[in-house]
Write a protein that binds this ligand. Structure first.
Ligand code: MTE
Length: 320
């Protein structure tokens, strides 16, 4: 079923922009604003701060009935304004305020490592925009909150098949853009930039692994990882790397950004698992954004039927 979604109405887009402008000005005034002006910040800098989010185009897509859980979808305002995207700052509203600076078109992705087709690919050559589907997935963050999100995109496997990895490719590694000119958070060494994530090849080829290019019927906003981000709903949210510019096929398991940041806290697999606590907090329960109270966390975030086989025989306490 192909559904033409309504065009993002001007009115709601205006609302987004004006709330963005309000938050941005408030931050500017409360924070570094006075100092900036005192230091003689150029008017053009302030004007650029006011440019604001681009208008998001509507997308054509089919709904995938296999991924329509009987659960309340998280309000769009929470999905797009409560984010983790450290390249734009570490507080939850920073990406909404700052990520409009990212130029997402044209966009290209470097493909290297163990592949028969290395090179630089345009976004349009990787993602078949005529084959978009909507999947409603739960996203469980390692910080013990969760959301239910209507993503639009393509299976990761459809992209990997185009890239022809060789039999030596055991892992696929992803990298986010790291451009200080567009990403104000890069100046803080909270992560060993560029942000890097990876999957074992069989995980990457599993049908659940998804590359999202849209949300709520429209193009994906920058703060959610435009123009293309990974979604692996059975893993903690930090595996879902945003704004991908490099895909490397590797014969060895990568040491990802979060593994480098806290080796005892973040493992390579990062499967959602209520039985294995984070060293500093339990993972047994979670707060669904928009709900009161907490709910039990499900093993593999409730996707065990699809992915448990990938880990048969593995000690998930050791391989966390
Ligand atoms: N990707 C990049 N490049 N940088 C980040 O800081 N944060 C991760 C992940 N992908 C992050 C990232 C974390 S911790 C989470 S929970 C999810 O993005 C959040 O995705 P969302 O903001 O779209 O909900």
């Amino acid at each position: 079923m192909l559904i033409k979604q309504r065009k993002a109405s001007d009115e709601s887009e205006n609302n987004v922009t004006s709330e963005w402008a309000y938050l941005n000005r408030r931050k500017l005034m409360l924070g570094a604003g006075a100092a900036l002006i005192g230091a003689g910040a150029a008017l053009s800098d302030l004007q650029r701060r006011d440019a604001g989010p681009r208008e998001l185009g509507s997308l054509d897509f089919s709904q995938n009935p296999a991924f329509r859980p009987d659960e309340v979808v998280t309000p769009e305002a929470a999905v797009t304004r409560y984010n983790n995207f450290y390249e734009f700052g570490v507080s939850k509203e920073d990406p909404f305020i700052n990520a409009w600076r990212l130029q997402t078109s044209p966009w290209s992705v470097t493909v290297d490592g163990f592949t028969d087709k290395p090179g630089t690919y345009a976004f349009e050559d990787l993602v078949d925009m005529n084959a978009l589907q909507e999947r409603i997935y739960r996203l469980r963050c390692v910080e013990a909150w969760s959301m239910v999100i209507p993503w639009i995109g393509v299976p990761l496997a459809s992209i990997i098949k185009k890239l022809a990895p060789t039999s030596d490719a055991k892992y696929v590694v992803f990298e986010t853009l790291a451009d200080p000119a567009q990403m104000p958070g890069i100046r803080w060494p909270v992560i060993d930039w560029p942000y890097q994530e990876g999957l074992r090849m069989d995980e990457a080829m599993n049908d659940l692994a998804f590359i999202a290019v849209g949300l709520f019927g429209k193009e994906i906003p920058n703060q959610n990882g435009a123009p293309m981000r990974l979604v692996t709903p059975w893993k903690y949210g930090f595996k879902s790397i945003k704004s991908i510019v490099r895909i490397t096929f590797s014969d060895t398991q990568p040491t990802t950004s979060w593994m480098k940041t806290g080796p005892s806290e973040y493992g390579f697999f990062s499967n959602v698992n209520p039985e294995v606590s984070h060293p500093r907090w339990s993972q047994a329960r979670e707060r669904r954004i928009g709900e009161f109270g907490r709910r039990d966390t499900l093993k593999f975030n409730g996707y065990g039927e699809e992915v448990a086989d990938l880990y048969a025989g593995m000690d998930l306490r050791k391989y966390f």
